[in-house]
Design a binder for this molecule. Structure first.
Ligand SMILES: NC(=O)c1ccc[n+]([C@@H]2O[C@H](COP(=O)([O-])OP(=O)(O)OC[C@H]3O[C@@H](n4cnc5c(N)ncnc54)[C@H](O)[C@@H]3O)[C@@H](O)[C@H]2O)c1
Length: 402
């Protein structure tokens, strides 16, 4: 198989860097290096070269993971497959410049021939599957894309990977990591125990229902075919490269622009916040050490009410951002009509991954928000262009016509 040839040449970009294995030469590598941006997690040691396909690698978490994985496994090859929807941005992958061990492919996970070709030609051993429609509000406005990408797309990947794995003689070290959400478990009351891996599924939005459907498919492929799958269910993430429509970047950007801070309902909804670098470290550990067929909950143990989070952001922005248009920023808080079916509380019990795989979060909400705000202050050139006409039309529909 000629690994120097790319599949979808019109849509493919190879980027250049120094080191690197020849792509066709799967030499064992040992990764013991690297300081961790995600805090005090220990890097994992990987004695075998892996070729990783990251779907949705130009989105928020996928791009953070692509950077993380490149830093911690510099000898391994990464192929990013991303359709570059409104949420995907190639600028998120800037700096990943290596000709032989990084490949970006613009394409759709529902495109089975393309997926099959990539798996074969790039000799993929591991899929880290992030690609999704991910925004609850958009799923309420238009659920079709959520069913297509999250359910049909995951099914397409599973089928293509099953065929590839079988053709290669069912290697024991192949993995299909499915990145999912705590929203599949539904909503908790104030006194309910946190979600565990055995909490029954009870999704309440088209987004969470589509993710639940995909989780069930992944589970079934392990039980039916023995496909080496792993599922993670994670709480709300925040950090660099977060698209402006989501709560934390939306509030940061509106504070910088002096625009109202729309808080849904009474603001008492609780989310369990996790810094994205900690999520990446957890996913890396799950790929390395997770037991196939298992699911792992990932959370920050940081349950915070939305209104308290927004107040925290205001206080930090008052401190960190010079010359805000409206100060103190709290004056911008505006309560708006609630989201339909808005889940009241999410809380993750992450004791299994801590106990079995040795992962725990390194950031508190305070430290994570501080570095996130600093990143947004330093990267106006990243988020400015994302406030496009399409985004403004969406924003108008979501917040100004409620
Ligand atoms: N953001 C969170 O707080 C959070 C928490 C837990 C789990 N998750 C899960 O993590 C994953 C990534 O979330 P995110 O916040 O980074 O999402 P995102 O919306 O920022 O990124 C999704 C990416 O997938 C790509 N994509 C969409 N449809 C595609 C298709 N058909 N084919 C190929 N690529 C496609 C987009 O272009 C984009 O780059 C999702 O599966 C999501 O359910 C997210």
């Amino acid at each position: 198989m000629n690994k120097q040839q790319t599949t979808n040449t019109s849509a493919t970009l190879r980027l250049r860097s120094g080191q690197a294995l020849s792509a066709g030469n799967k030499q064992p590598t040992t990764n013991t290096s690297a300081s961790l941006s995600a805090g005090n997690q220990q890097p994992t040691t990987n004695n075998k070269q892996q070729n990783l396909l990251i779907t949705g690698g130009a989105g928020f978490i996928g791009s953070n993971f692509t950077h993380y994985y490149g830093q911690h496994h510099p000898g391994n090859k990464v192929v990013v497959l991303d359709a570059l929807t409104y949420a995907g941005n190639k600028a998120n992958l800037a700096g990943l410049e290596s000709p032989e061990n990084f490949l970006f492919v613009k394409g759709d996970i529902c495109d089975r021939p393309l997926v099959e070709k990539l798996l074969a030609e790039e000799e993929i051993d591991v899929i880290a599957h992030f690609a999704a429609e991910s925004h609850v509000d958009r799923s309420i406005l238009g659920p079709d894309a959520f069913i297509r990408t999250n359910v049909v797309g995951t099914f397409t990947l599973l089928e293509a990977f099953r065929q590839h794995w079988q053709e290669q003689g069912k290697p024991e070290d192949y993995r299909f990591l499915h990145v999912s959400t705590d929203e599949v478990f539904g909503s908790l009351g104030p006194e309910d125990p946190q979600f565990t891996e055995t909490t029954p599924y009870a999704p309440n939005s088209p987004y969470s229902a589509s993710k639940a459907g995909s989780d069930h498919l992944v589970r079934a492929y392990f039980h039916t075919y023995g496909l080496p799958t792993l599922i993670t269910n994670c709480s709300n993430n925040y950090g660099p490269y977060h698209f402006p429509e989501k709560l934390i970047p939306l509030m940061c950007i509106n504070i910088l622009l002096g625009k109202p801070l729309p808080v849904y309902g009474d603001g008492e909804n609780v989310r369990d916040w996790l810094y994205v670098g900690d999520h990446c470290a957890a996913l890396d550990v799950v790929i390395e050490k997770g037991k196939v067929g298992e699911t792992y909950n990932i959370g920050g143990n940081n349950e915070v009410k939305n209104i308290d989070l927004v107040r925290m952001l205001c206080t930090l922005m008052d401190e960190l951002a010079p010359q805000l248009p409206v100060s103190p920023a709290e004056k911008l808080i505006t309560f708006v009509k609630d989201r339909p079916g808005h889940d009241r509380r999410y809380g993750i019990d992450a004791s299994k991954i801590q106990r079995e795989l040795g992962w725990s979060p390194s950031q508190t909400v305070e430290s994570g928000l501080r570095s996130t705000i600093e990143w947004y202050l330093q990267h106006r050139d990243w988020w400015g262009p994302l406030l496009s006409q399409e985004y403004k039309a969406y924003y108008e529909e979501m917040y100004n016509r409620r």
